[in-house]
Design a protein around this ligand. Sequence first.
Ligand code: ADP
Length: 186
Amino acid sequence: MDLVFFGIQGSGKGTQAKTLAAEFGYYIFEAGGELRKIKASGSDLGETVKKYIDNGELVPFEIIMEVVNEAVASIPADQKILFDGIPRDEDQMRGFDQILTNAGREFRCVHILLDKDEAIERIKGRAEIEGRADDADQDKVLRRMDLFVEKTMPVIEAYVSAGKVIEIDGKGSVEEIYERIKDAVS
Ligand code: ADP
């Protein structure tokens, strides 16, 4: 069964996803990371993607879905995937569900819960460590958090209604949160 990770910016989602994927043999699909690779390529598509990322806006539907589609098509059916950063709105949810169904794949979700104020404090530290321009600009971070609340929360709620979501308390140390996730998914 595949996994889909959710969590507000600063919740530690990316870090936890990487650790879990490495320990349990998931192929990790990180939407933001894939898009940053395209951005860095210098192609016309990269220039388009750059504008959205640098402004903290969602990259257009067709672009991100194509990236997901290609990735899923290239991964063997018996290789579990951990998706990080997709789907982020209800259109993406429909596209994502379709791609996975067509590939005969099933998934459940992990949502790392953290309130916005605590998340903002954590992001400030991350910008310095990772050198990400979109994290250094507080307005862009707040914009991404607003998008999470407005666009991604309805997706999570739909999956909660479908009984697909494991909720994890995101307060505490990285190790504590990792133990909670491991206990819940294994
Ligand atoms: P964060 O979760 O902190 O916003 P990510 O690395 O996941 O960081 O994403 C960085 C940027 O990449 C987003 O602000 C957005 O511009 C783009 N992005 C990532 N995932 C998606 C997606 N599913 N749909 C559209 N754009 C995306």
